[in-house]
Write a protein that binds this ligand. Structure first.
Ligand code: UDP
Length: 335
């Protein structure tokens, strides 16, 4: 079985991927600086078999930490990244440096150590794409650099260019994946992600804050589907050198999402529309629609993410409730 390094393996998608690879019998290494990830997300592999699991605390921009973590690995799944539109808008320098330098360092490390790289990119690279659904070969239509938001998509796109250059120049095997609004337990609402925010608000009886008119649409992808696609792509030789969308292509408005979260939480919180300029700097532009074309994904993997959103929301809400209960019992036992 393979030895795999997952950068950002303590984070939301990374830790679900680690669980899966580890359950499948792989030897898994994790490099994470815990800037947004949590060690408790790795409690399964850490607890049960130390032989097949090792955690390195460090940044992907640190060459020594990367080399230590990647030693003996066949592939690197590069998921470490600053996440969340809010974080990118609030800390643009840190976000862009982390994305650009992190990806470059990982590709260099792969070249030195002779490993392949599966690069986690983002549907943000499509920017304000007009042709729905978004196909991997579409031109990218990012907004002006005057608005920090587009720096995230631009940095992710630059990472894709760099990956292609390393593949062409140094024969590093590379697969690029573009994620579409992945959701599931362990996702954190601190950096703006809509589903964990709505769930927290609904369970706490607070108003659900829908930005703008709520008519903007997204396709939410269950993290179990995302992980299934990542593993299948990695196992598919034809995926090397390809850019591949990973997403569920069923669309929903944010207003409808708010209603479904209320239903899943059995909550009677009020839905409140909030103007963008109350939450973001002036001139902030949201993406109105973002739908993946999954033809290539399905051709390569034989899999199409289609898990029902209500089922995913039920899973997320059950997990959030269990966390609240645990936190309450800790507080209770201290009192
Ligand atoms: N959103 C919202 N309320 C929130 C957080 C986000 O209405 O508390 C909206 C946001 O404006 C966007 C959508 O939900 O239209 C998805 O936002 P998220 O940050 O999760 O992902 P992205 O914008 O990258 O798709």
């Amino acid at each position: 079985m393979a030895t795999i390094l997952v950068t950002g393996g303590a984070g939301f998608i990374g830790s679900h991927l680690v669980d899966r690879l580890w359950r499948d019998g792989a030897t898994v290494r994790v490099l994470d600086d815990l800037s947004s990830g949590l060690l408790e997300n790795l409690s399964g592999p850490r607890e049960f078999e130390r032989e097949r699991f090792r955690f390195t605390l460090g940044s992907v921009t640190d060459r020594d930490a990367l080399d230590e973590a990647a030693a003996g690995c066949d592939w690197i799944f590069h998921l470490a990244a600053v996440v969340g539109v809010r974080r990118v808008v609030e800390e643009p320098v840190e976000a862009q440096r982390n994305l650009l330098h992190g990806t470059e360092a990982v590709l260099e490390c792969a070249r030195r150590n002779g490993c392949g790289v599966l690069l986690a990119s983002s549907s943000e690279v499509y920017g304000k794409g007009l042709r729905i659904p978004f196909h991997e070969d579409d031109d990218l239509r990012l907004g002006s650099p005057a608005h920090a938001r587009w720096g995230y998509g631009a940095a992710k796109a630059m990472g894709e260019f760099l990956a292609k250059s390393y593949a062409d120049t140094y024969d590093v095997p590379v697969i690029v994946t573009r994620f579409f609004n992945t959701v599931g337990p362990r996702q954190n609402g601190r950096f703006g992600m809509v589903v964990p925010r709505f769930v927290r608000q609904a369970l706490g009886g607070a108003p659900i804050t829908v930005y703008g008119d709520g008519a903007q649409q997204r396709c939410f992808t269950d993290v179990r589907d995302t992980v299934e696609c990542l593993v299948r792509l990695w196992q598919c030789p034809e995926a090397i050198g390809e850019i591949v969308n990973i997403g569920n292509d069923r669309e929903i408005t944010i207003l409808d999402l708010a209603r479904r979260v209320l239903g899943a939480c059995d909550s009677d919180s009020e839905i409140r529309c909030v103007a963008y300029d109350q939450v973001f700097p002036a001139g902030f532009e949201d993406v109105r629609r973002r739908v993946p074309d999954v033809t290539r994904l399905e051709q390569l993997t034989g899999y199409r993410p289609a898990r029902d959103l209500d089922e995913t929301l039920g899973w997320i809400v059950a997990d959030a409730r269990a966390r609240l209960d645990r936190a309450a019992s800790v507080t209770g036992s201290r009192a």
